[in-house]
Write a protein that binds this ligand. Structure first.
Ligand code: NIG
Ligand code: FE
Length: 389
């Protein structure tokens, strides 16, 4: 059945065929959706006939957000750790152990319910594609369970056994498992492999370890992602670019060489300002990356330690206010940028053939995403529920 969506005051397509790059904005627009795909995009006056017509009443429609970096499979929370940080304590990744203990103690059913509630929370705020990492199991069976559960709700699953070395386990023993039996067991359930590459953390992995883990993952057919330069201007970003990773995530502390490498390579710089908000670290300098020509994505990093937000609009607002991005750059980074970071061409855009993943705003313009911080104006354009807008 073909559905015509009309009454769109402003349609962000992220496709230069429909308007000036990069957002390709159409005003007084309409679109047709059929079989879960966008079938037609244009001005409302040119709209073709359809089986059903949905009028969104002068609202803005943007591509559904592509949240390319989350850690949604976990139990427990770390509110006390957050409060301690707000009182001056520093983040070094040590708190991950508390979430690992809580996650291992939870049953499969409990973890599934927690995960599904978080995915529902993301979706309710306009996110339509989500990447989900393991990394709070850190034992073969627990990592496998996290990936199986994540695979029930998304195709974008990431093996992050290399989050930290778990408490009470010898580093070289864990490293051997990570590049051997654990990887063998987990790889069939993952699309990506990720490493927390951070020589400044005693818990995470240095560049030599990270390289070996990433290459082993690649040998199993996984695409590469790296938690890079979160706590210090370490080697993570340059390693990610050198290995052709899809994304280098965090990029909080960058040297001139890191910026040059990102600008020259195909690796997306995924910025996660929810983490700087919650750790008190300086925000990454998005302006410097954009001016150098790097591809920038925005994601929530939703996790109980450093960024317990599921809201892409909140991340957009932070990027605009704190990181020197224009509202349009931030909207692009939260949609097309995320799609680039996941090497997807079927999401992050509203164009014929793309997935019919749209977010509708209770506002006439995409500018309101940053202009109205903390106000839940974004939600999915859910075609199964007849919109009464
Ligand atoms: O993306 N830096 C490593 N991983 C997460 C935090 C995990 C945690 O503290 O629970 C991050 O910030
Ligand atoms: Fe993360």
């Amino acid at each position: 059945m073909a559905r015509l969506i009309t009454g769109i005051a402003e349609l962000v397509t992220n496709d230069a065929a429909f308007g000036a790059a990069p957002l390709g904005v159409l005003t007084d627009a309409a679109l047709v959706v059929e079989d879960g795909r966008t079938a037609w995009v244009g001005r409302a006056v040119d709209a073709p006939a359809a089986d059903e017509r949905i009028d969104v009443g002068g609202r803005a429609v943007v591509p559904g957000f592509v949240d390319s970096h989350t850690h949604l499979v976990f139990a427990g929370d770390r509110a006390a750790e957050f409060a301690a940080r707000m009182a001056g304590a520093r983040y070094d990744g040590g708190g991950i152990a508390a979430t690992v203990a809580a996650t291992r103690a939870a049953s499969e059913d409990e973890l599934r319910l927690l995960l599904r509630a978080r995915v529902a929370e993301l979706r309710a705020q306009g996110t339509t594609t989500v990447e989900i990492k393991s990394g709070y199991g850190l034992r073969q069976a627990d990592e496998l369970l996290a990936l199986r559960l994540a695979g029930e709700v998304t195709d974008e699953t990431t093996f992050l056994g290399a989050h930290v070395v778990p408490a009470g386990v010898d580093r070289s023993d864990y490293f051997r498992a990570l590049t051997g039996p654990m990887l063998d067991a987990c790889a069939p359930h993952a699309r990506w492999v990720d490493v927390f590459c951070e020589p400044a953390s005693p818990h995470a992995f240095d560049a030599t370890e990270a390289r070996t883990i990433l290459e082993a993952g690649r040998g199993k057919g996984l695409g590469l992602r790296v938690h890079a330069n979160q706590l210090s201007a370490g080697p993570g970003v340059r390693l990610a670019v050198e290995l052709g990773a899809a994304s280098a995530d965090h990029c909080t502390h960058l040297s001139a060489e890191d910026v040059d490498a990102l600008a020259a390579g195909q690796t997306v710089a995924t910025l996660l300002p929810g983490a700087e908000f919650s750790t008190g670290a300086p925000y990454p300098n998005a302006r410097r990356l954009l001016d150098a020509g790097a591809i920038v994505a925005l994601a929530t990093d939703c996790n109980p330690g450093t960024s317990y937000t599921s809201s892409m609009p909140f991340v957009i607002a932070l990027a605009v206010r704190e990181m020197g991005m224009t509202p349009d750059e931030a909207v692009w980074a939260a949609t097309s940028g995320g799609a680039r970071a996941l090497r997807r061409t079927d999401v992050g855009r509203i164009a014929p053939g793309c997935r019919a993943d749209h977010a509708v705003l209770d506002a006439p313009s995409r500018l309101h995403l940053a202009y109205r911080p903390g106000v839940p104006i974004a939600r999915p354009l859910d075609l199964d529920v007849h919109e009464t807008l």
